[in-house]
Write a protein that binds this ligand. Structure first.
Ligand SMILES: Cc1cc2nc3c(=O)[nH]c(=O)nc-3n(C[C@H](O)[C@H](O)[C@H](O)COP(=O)(O)OP(=O)(O)OC[C@H]3O[C@@H](n4cnc5c(N)ncnc54)[C@H](O)[C@@H]3O)c2cc1C
Length: 376
C-alpha cells in the first residue's frame, strides 16, 4: 500500500487546528508547527456561526462547545442612543432548525482549546517559527527559526493575518489601515452588580459601534468589542493594551446599558483594524494558504474564524484520496471551491452593514462545508 500523504500545517490557530483535525479524519499524516511556546487564553469572545458549527460537529466538538458556550436568543441590533431595535436576528432553536446547527457565543480560548483537543499533542510542535520554504520534486522542505528542518509532501500556510507563507509565495501584500480601532475584553459578569443586559447586542452609533454578549452558558462572563475612528494607532496585535478611560469617553452618550457595561469593565485590549484585498491566488504547487493568511477580513460579520474553519472541511474533502502527484490539483480545487464565498464575506464585512437592517442571512449560515459541491 502507498504511504499516506504527509501535510505540514504552519500555525496552530483556529484554521490550522481545524485543518489538522479534518485532514486526520481522511487518513492524512499531519504535523502542525506553531511559533508560540504555549497556547494563551486571550481575553476575547467569538461568535460561532451555524455554518462553522456544522464543521465543528463533524470534528466531534458540538457537545463540548454547547456545554461551554452561551446560546443566545438572538443577535439584536439597536440604536446607540434610543435603544430602538433596528433588526433582531433571531437565533435559538428556530435558527438551529433552519440552518442545521446552533449559533453559539464562546470565549475564544474555549473554542481554541476545543479545536486543540481534536489534535493529539504529539502532532503539534510548539516553538517552531517558520522562516523558510523550499519545494522540490520530493516534497517541501520547511526551515524553522530554532534550526529544525522538516519535510512534507505538502504545506498548508494557516499562519494568520501576518502570514509569512503568503509573503514567501506572493511577496508582501499591501495593508490598508482603516483608520479605526477595536477595543475588546472579557470580564466576570459579577462586576455588573446584578444589572441585566441583553444576550447579544450590536449598538449602532453614527461613526462607531459596540457589540456586547455573554460567552458562558450561565451568563458568568461578558465580552465587548468596539469599532471607532482613531487614525494614529496602527498596532494589529492580540496583546496590545488600551486605556479603559478612553474607551468609556468614546462611548459617552450611548444607551445606559452600554454605560453600565463600560463602567464595570476593568481593563481593555486595543487592536488596529486593517483591511486587505482578496488575493488572486492561494496556492503555488504543493503549498496552499488557508484562513486569514489568504482571506483576512474586518471583524464586522464575526465570520473570520468561521471561514477558516469552513476552509478546513473543504480542504480535507479535496485532499481525500489524493496522492503526492495529486496535491497541486487538490489545492487548485480547494481554492476554486472556496474563493467566491470568502471574497463575498470579505466584501460584505468591509461594508459594515451586516444585520443593521433586515438581512438575508441564509447564504452565510446555511452553508455546509461538508456537502457543498466541490469545483471540478
Ligand atoms: C476583534 C476581533 C474579533 C473577531 N471576532 C470574530 C468572531 O466573532 N467570529 C469569527 O468567526 N471570527 C472573528 N474574528 C476573526 C478571527 O479571529 C480570525 O479570522 C481567525 O482567528 C483566523 O484564524 P487563522 O487560523 O487563519 O489565524 P490565527 O487564528 O491568527 O492563527 C494563526 C497562527 O499561526 C501562528 N503563526 C504565525 N506565523 C507563524 C510562523 N511563522 N510559524 C509558525 N506559526 C506561525 C500564530 O502564532 C497563530 O497561532 C475576529 C477578529 C478580531 C480581530
Amino acid at each position: 500500500m502507498a504511504r499516506p500523504l504527509s501535510v505540514a500545517i504552519v500555525g496552530a490557530g483556529m484554521g490550522g487546528l481545524a485543518a489538522a483535525a479534518a485532514l486526520r479524519r481522511v487518513g492524512i499524516e499531519i504535523t502542525v508547527y506553531e511559533q508560540a511556546a504555549q497556547f494563551t487564553r486571550l481575553g476575547a469572545g467569538i461568535q460561532i456561526g451555524c455554518n462553522a458549527m456544522k464543521v465543528l460537529r463533524g470534528l466531534g466538538l458540538e457537545q463540548r462547545l454547547r456545554a461551554q458556550s452561551f446560546y443566545p436568543r438572538s443577535w439584536n441590533n439597536r440604536d446607540w442612543k434610543t435603544g430602538e431595535v433596528k433588526f433582531d436576528m433571531i437565533f435559538g432553536e428556530s435558527a438551529e432548525q433552519k440552518f442545521g446547527a446552533p449559533y453559539l457565543l464562546a470565549h475564544r480560548g474555549d473554542l481554541h482549546a476545543a479545536l486543540a483537543s481534536a489534535v493529539p499533542d504529539q502532532y503539534v510542535k510548539l516553538s517552531h517559527k517558520l522562516v523558510g520554504l523550499d519545494e522540490s520534486s520530493d516534497g517541501v522542505q520547511l526551515t524553522f527559526a530554532n534550526g529544525v528542518v522538516a519535510t512534507a509532501d505538502a504545506v498548508v500556510g494557516a499562519d494568520g493575518v501576518h502570514s509569512v507563507v503568503r509573503d514567501m509565495l506572493f511577496g508582501i501584500s499591501p495593508v490598508n489601515f482603516t483608520g479605526r480601532i477595536a477595543y475588546r475584553t472579557t470580564y466576570p459578569a459579577a462586576l455588573l452588580g446584578g444589572e441585566k443586559i441583553d444576550d447579544c447586542t450590536k449598538w449602532w452609533g453614527e461613526d462607531r459601534h459596540i457589540v456586547i454578549y455573554y460567552v458562558k452558558p450561565d451568563r458568568s462572563e461578558v465580552y465587548l468589542v468596539t469599532s471607532q475612528p482613531e487614525p494614529d494607532f496602527r498596532v494589529e496585535s492580540w496583546s496590545a493594551k488600551g486605556d479603559v478611560r478612553d474607551l468609556r469617553a468614546s462611548f459617552e452618550g450611548f444607551h445606559p446599558q452600554v454605560g453600565k457595561v463600560l463602567a464595570a469593565c476593568p481593563d481593555v485590549h486595543k487592536w488596529a483594524i486593517m483591511d486587505r484585498e482578496a488575493l488572486d491566488r492561494w496556492a503555488v504547487g504543493k503549498v496552499t494558504l488557508l484562513g486569514d493568511a489568504c482571506h483576512p477580513m474586518t471583524p464586522y460579520m464575526a465570520q473570520g474564524a468561521a471561514m477558516a474553519i469552513e476552509d478546513a472541511a473543504v480542504l480535507s474533502r479535496c485532499l481525500d484520496g489524493a496522492d503526492r502527484d495529486g496535491v497541486a490539483d487538490a489545492f487548485r480545487r480547494f481554492e476554486a471551491t472556496r474563493k467566491e464565498r470568502t471574497t463575498r464575506v470579505q466584501e460584505t464585512s468591509r461594508a459594515n452593514i451586516w444585520l443593521k437592517e433586515r438581512t438575508d442571512t441564509s447564504w452565510v449560515y446555511g452553508y455546509d462545508a461538508w456537502s457543498v459541491p466541490l469545483a471540478a
